[in-house]
Design a protein around this ligand. Sequence first.
Ligand SMILES: *Cc1c(COP(=O)(O)O)cnc(C)c1O
Length: 460
Amino acid sequence: MKKISSIPKVDKVLSLPAIRLLLETYPRPTVLTAVRNVLATLRGDSQDGRLATALDEEQLCGLIAGELEKIIAPTLHPVVNGSGVVIHTNLGRSLLAESACRQMLEVARRYSNLEMDMATGERGERYVHVEALLCELTGAEAALVVNNNAAAVLLCLSGIAAGKEVVVSRGELVEIGGSFRIPDVMRLSGGILKEVGTTNRTHLKDYQGAICPETALLLKVHTSNFSVVGFTAEVSVEQLVRCGREAGLPVMADIGSGSLLDLSKYGITGETPVQEYLKVGVDIITCSGDKMLGGPQAGIILGTKEIIARLRKNQLLRALRIDKLTLAALEATLRLYRDEREAVAEIPTLRMLTLQPAALKAKAQSLIRRLRPKLPASVRLTVVAGNSQVGGGSLPLLDLPTYLMAIEAAGWSPQKIDEAFRGLKTPVLGRINKGQYLLDLRTLQDADFPALVEAMGVLS
Ligand SMILES: *Cc1c(COP(=O)(O)O)cnc(C)c1O
């Protein structure tokens, strides 16, 4: 093959037989982009004197074909989550139940009764498709759903407290994932933040002392992703509700994760189910749809008829509204909660969170057995014990006992394995602990098997 001594012109590359073949299959502008990208990379390489000196035409065409493949592939694609973080915000949080996926497809492909009351033939509201179900499951009087929990908090603050004061403990002025910060959301909503107490201790008298004619709301925020330990004091939800009643003010709780089940019998303690907040009389609750609930990205608002009716009239609702695919997935997910056993078996987030160590160990052994015949000789797989995390800013201190697959390969450091796995077409994300590269069986899926086989292949 002819070696390339200098960067060729685009026209010359386009006339190479292998590239002419690509032009027969793919649109010209797309091939052109691939050629330009590769040449630009080579030019960059050559500046520091590293022009792949021995590059021949065949290799150049190979690079272009590879680049083309990258350009035409979707940039949003599946990833193998071997991190053990179940609700991994950067990997899309919750996986949807099969019935939720089916329902979403059904509504995507066909027209639906999204906003039409078929009994009267008149315009209806999209929210009816989940409101009754949410009320049935939680005991709430009324419900509303929006784009996400950040939107839910914004809508509530705007609807209840615009131009008025909202009392919040200094220990609860949280930041979630860098872009949701209580003081900032408050400012956006038009509410006026009235901080009370200190970072580590807030007392009932602090709230009582802050209430004035300008007060519209008492707000409690779940400190989802951190914990203050040591000399601490907080006012319980019950106390805050009593305080609100005495002052004639509504009490709101942003509970973050929003668990509909008591999962303590599976070893998942520390998350108060939504129903408990309503039982003690909280007037308005907001939570996420895609954290512990295990549904699609959504913000769920539960509360009194009067407050929900007010929120429905708020202009912001139109901008924050939930789309029909999400609504379909949310409805199907919520339906599963009518039977707790079904919910735990069918909702991937709950299924993964409640997996017990013995089952995880068996999964690890079975995976290794299936991978073994396909392994390069240099690769060694072993089962090790460790811990998984709930993630999604939920229960940051809770360790879930798990089993992991440790991967060792001759000549490969854990860091090198990690880098190679992340570069695959279906990237594999694991974690490194004490010099070992690990994949947690809790978050691996059956569908990940082919990608894992491919990953092992690069370690030869
Ligand atoms: C996660 C979380 C949010 C943000 O929820 P999104 O659904 O991601 O918008 C808000 N408040 C609390 C307490 C949270 O834990």
